[in-house]
Ligand binder design. Structure first.
Ligand SMILES: Cc1cc2nc3c(=O)[nH]c(=O)nc-3n(C[C@H](O)[C@H](O)[C@H](O)COP(=O)(O)OP(=O)(O)OC[C@H]3O[C@@H](n4cnc5c(N)ncnc54)[C@H](O)[C@@H]3O)c2cc1C
Length: 499
């Protein structure tokens, strides 16, 4: 029987003995991972679900702390009913021991073995008593993505966050990381962030969208094919009207101002080619928080480490290839959610269901899982959602000319404090035309985040990325995703590494 949500917060990792073996391991308990786990377990596989977070839900359904006994009413969420349904199925798998759930646990390395996969685990925070290694016959990766960032003068000031970071803060804590916000970047994602801020009691001085939205016109039919997105958009429009949130298209933040923290924001209107419209500059005073978001970057370390075939998607992201059963180019490895292309939670759920089903079929019947390809209905949903995502990416590109708003002293890599001048200097004088060479020359992307925050900017600036002039945009993007240690870990985890 499924336990009530409140009690499921006490999710101490279940000790499972040294290096246990599972038929299917799922990494990630977001929309894609939850669907994969439920689907695999319901088809009789023994499943391990490993997730870095404290509770299931991933980014989209990040919610109030179950461990603290707080029941989230879902008011800040879309698709909450879908989550509750998935969660019930997931919990029932845990209750019947079909699913072994390892929260607060990061997979920092994945290796392919003749019999399947070996995953190396580390506590993502606090301590865990779970295993440090698990083996699995089939592996479903559903590790999602993170906010894509572009530098702007002043973005290192306290009070500047990724737009997704602001939303995550609100969803998880039920509190605001500031009081008066500017939200800037591109894409429909800026809308829920602003809506969440006002619903949580904050104010939004402006939402600055760099695109002019005309990119939607030739693709309106793709938007109409996903009516639920239109409905969501209408809800946000109403929230914007109700709370008088100014929504400014073709507008960018040119500088963030403040002595020791954010105090004000400079904005300007831009033309299609990215140049500023003369006389359009304005300063918004009395701002203490800025959220920046330029779409999302799939978290591809594990698929890349395992050798999965990748490609550059229309939004300029490196994504992994899959077939109609969510199989990657690596036998036994299935991928779902943002890893196959940034496309949202609804798409992630369907892909996860297919991946989990195929992985279970492969391991329980000794086949390759191809017999579990998406049903006609699933294939239609995937295709509609993908078409919508593509339209969204094309209508909200990285704005041309963003590089020109930086100054020589603008910090691009915040971990290692590498400036735009240093990166451009290395490119021009030392032929540092890709991320890896930049790392060697000036340490850009070498710090704690390993290029997760600055990677896109360094790749574009050094000249080997989409929107730049390179022959091969894959070079820098693959270099950024190629992190043999997928997550930061304590040195002790390396010391304890045994085969
Ligand atoms: C901060 C943020 C906010 C977002 N807000 C919205 C929104 O308001 N509206 C919207 O439509 N879309 C939003 N999105 C996009 C949406 O979240 C995704 O489309 C959707 O969640 C994708 O589901 P997923 O299962 O692929 O990945 P996710 O939901 O990202 O789940 C991935 C899971 O994998 C885990 N994980 C990752 N790496 C490892 C590892 N090495 N070891 C163990 N666990 C790991 C993470 O802890 C996470 O729980 C947001 C994305 C982000 C990053």
């Amino acid at each position: 029987m499924s336990a009530p949500l409140e009690s499921l917060g006490q999710t101490e990792p279940r000790p499972t003995g040294p290096a246990p073996h599972f038929e299917v391991a799922v990494v990630g308990a977001g929309p894609a991972g939850l669907a994969a786990a439920a689907s695999a377990a319901e088809r009789g596989a023994r499943v391990a679900v490993i997730d870095a977070a404290e509770q299931p839900g991933g980014q989209f359904w990040r919610h109030r702390s179950e461990a603290a006994g707080i029941r989230d009413d879902g008011s800040l969420h879309h698709g909450w009913k879908t989550y509750l349904d998935l969660r019930r199925r997931f919990d029932s798998g845990v209750d019947t021991s079909r699913i072994t759930y390892l929260p607060r646990t990061s997979v920092w390395m994945a290796q392919r073995r003749p019999q399947g996969f070996t995953l190396r685990l580390s506590s993502s925070f606090g301590t865990t008593t779970g295993p440090s290694t698990v083996h699995a016959s089939a592996l479903v990766l559903a590790t999602g993505g993170y906010d894509r960032q572009l530098p702007v003068p002043g973005w290192e000031l306290p009070g500047v966050m990724a737009a997704g970071g602001i939303q995550a803060f609100i969803k998880q804590n039920g509190a605001l990381p500031g009081s008066r916000f500017v939200v800037a970047g591109t894409g429909p994602f800026l809308l829920p962030v602003a809506a969440n801020i006002v619903e949580a009691g904050g104010s939004v001085a402006a939402v600055c969208e760099s695109a002019d939205l005309s990119g939607w016109l030739p693709r309106a039919h793709r938007a109409l094919a996903v009516p639920e997105k239109g409905l969501e958009g209408a809800e946000y429009a109403w929230t914007f009207v109700k709370h008088r949130i100014p929504y400014r298209t073709r507008t960018v933040v040119t500088e963030i101002l403040g002595d020791s923290a954010v105090e004000a924001v400079r904005t300007a209107r831009v033309r299609r080619d990215g140049t500023e419209v003369p006389g359009s500059a304005r300063t918004i005073d009395g701002v203490d928080s800025v959220g920046l978001g330029w779409g999302f970057t799939p978290q591809l370390e594990l698929p890349v480490a395992l050798g999965a075939r990748t490609r550059v998607d229309v939004d300029g992201s490196l994504v992994a290839d899959v077939d109609a059963a969510q199989r990657s180019s690596v036998p036994g490895l299935y991928l779902a959610g943002e890893l196959t292309g940034v496309g949202g939670a609804a798409l992630a759920v369907v892909e996860g269901a297919v991946a989990g089903r195929a992985a279970a079929l492969a391991t329980t019947t000794g086949t390759d899982g191809s017999g579990a390809i998406a049903t006609a209905r699933e294939a239609r949903t995937i295709s509609r959602q993908r078409a919508f995502a593509e339209a969204m990416h094309l209508a909200h590109p990285l704005p041309p000319g963003w590089e020109s708003r930086m100054r020589d002293e603008t910090v691009v890599c915040r971990c290692e404090e590498v400036t735009a001048g240093a990166i451009l200097g290395a490119r021009d004088e030392m032929d540092a035309a890709d991320s890896r060479t930049q790392k060697g020359v000036n340490r850009a992307g070498m710090g704690w985040c390993q290029g997760r925050v600055c990677g896109v900017a360094v790749a574009c600036l050094s000249g080997s990325a989409p929107q730049a002039k390179s022959d091969d945009p894959m070079i820098s993007l693959r270099q950024n995703a190629n992190r043999p240690i997928a997550q930061p870990i304590p040195l002790g985890d390396l010391r304890d590494l045994v085969d």
